[in-house]
Design a binder for this molecule. Structure first.
Ligand code: GCO
Ligand code: MG
Length: 411
């Protein structure tokens, strides 16, 4: 079975997505997600100009070989653009292989080890009352774990609290990242001291209201120094978090040694990683508890399966990134892995806007707080290419953060 064509579909139903569609000479087609939020078109060029042309005519069943052909063969290894491209090709080839085997993908990964994947929702509020109402709404929707983010007094806008409902994102009020589609990023202000003072008061109020059985998560979004991260981790210990995410930027993996030695709050990191080399020390030294690299960015099913098997040796669990910028194709790949990985931890599930499903269809289901892949052979996803054309790409960027004196800070 040969690869006849590698199509790249850019579509924007609610937000921008990049989807690979591999067509084989047998007529079987596979889908892969190559979305890198805010840098989408760089991946499109990588795929169209450099990957598609060298894959045409190759044997579609040789997934492992094609992975190395693209990874080693490029000479220029790793990085989000390269790895998103490899991820999408790999995902599409696994979709094809599972369709040929006439099995849902998770069967090819060893079969089920659990009945469903615990998912966490996003809840946020500009005030504690608003946040408590948002958490209750998620519980009413069936969620059994919730990530909580709150506005910080004195700061105009912070990560995790949407800037408001926008007609441009089809009313998907939670989908804050594309809410300001424009030729340039919007800007937010940041003050770590104000944040560090405020967050524990939010957790105190939420625990007071909901008690301690509900798993709660929080994302610091790479903004703190190791010492600030240690302060935050310690101040949140009384509130028994499921995890505290992305406390520091981690170009320096050893930064986490200080954080780890200072707090027992569980730590999750890795949504911006794309290879085992980004987290080797984090894993082998057990500096984190959960690894966030999803198949869309970590080299597809092949890359992430290896990474998670390696993590399992060190008792690190998965917690795949699942915001709306992972497309329904990427989400399906994650959920197939979630039910097949022994060291699954939790799955982020920031639901897509309804309009996204005018282009994509997915067999993934959510019930009783858990996600499940369907039983359709392959990934269980499809794309309506005619509908995709109705939603052309629109420039959209993640925000940029500045300190109150104007200095650019990590967003
Ligand atoms: C998360 C993430 C997202 C990212 C976004 C970037 O934990 O879900 O931090 O909110 O900011 O996916 O594209
Ligand atoms: Mg995050």
């Amino acid at each position: 079975m040969r690869i006849d064509a590698v199509e790249v579909i850019v579509t924007s139903p609610g937000r921008n997505f990049v989807t690979v569609r591999i067509i084989t000479d047998s007529g079987i087609v596979g889908l892969g997600d190559a979305t890198v939020n805010g840098r989408e078109l760089a991946v499109v060029s990588y795929l169209e100009d450099h990957v598609g042309p060298i894959l045409r005519g190759r044997d579609a069943s040789r997934i492992e070989e094609i992975w190395h052909y693209l990874y080693r063969g490029a000479y220029w290894r790793r990085g989000p653009v390269t790895m998103a491209a490899i991820s999408a090709i790999d995902m599409a080839l696994w979709d094809i292989k599972a369709k040929v085997a006439d099995m849902p993908l998770y069967q090819l990964l060893g079969g089920r080890v659990r009945e469903g994947a615990l998912a966490y929702a996003h809840a946020f509020g500009t005030s504690t009352e608003e946040l408590i109402a948002a958490i209750q709404a998620k519980l009413d929707d069936g969620f059994q774990a919730v990530r909580i983010q709150s506005a910080v007094p004195g700061l105009d806008g912070v990560y995790g609290v949407p800037h408001g409902k926008s007609k441009d994102n089809n009313g998907a009020v939670e989908d804050y990242e594309p809410a300001h589609r424009s030729a340039k990023p919007i800007e937010e202000t940041w003050n770590s001291a104000a944040y560090l003072r405020h967050v524990p008061t939010v957790f105190a109020a939420v625990r007071e209201h909901f008690g301690f059985d509900l798993p709660l998560l929080h994302d610091a979004h790479h903004r703190l120094t190791p010492n600030e991260a240690a302060i935050l981790g310690r101040s949140l210990e009384p509130y028994d978090l499921f995890w505290l995410e992305d406390v520091t930027p981690v170009e320096q993996q050893h930064n986490l040694r200080r954080v780890r030695s200072m707090t027992t709050t569980p730590l999750a990191i890795g949504e911006v990683f794309n290879s085992i080399h980004d987290c080797y020390h984090l894993v082998t030294e057990q500096l984190i508890d959960y690894l966030r690299v999803p198949p869309t960015h970590g080299g597809g099913i092949t890359g992430v399966r290896k990474l998670m098997d390696f993590a399992a040796l060190h008792q690190v669990k998965s917690g795949f990134h699942g915001p709306t910028d992972i497309s329904p194709v990427g989400m399906a790949a994650s959920v197939h892995l979630d039910v097949a990985l022994h060291n699954f931890g939790i799955q982020e599930y920031m639901q897509h806007a309804d309009v996204t499903f005018e282009v994509f269809s997915s067999d993934v289901t959510f019930a009783n707080g858990q996600l499940n892949p369907g039983e359709t052979p392959g990934l269980g996803v499809d794309i309506d290419t005619a509908a995709a054309r109705e939603f052309p790409y629109e420039p959209a960027y993640l925000p940029v953060a500045r300190l109150q004196d104007g200095t650019i800070h990590d967003w």
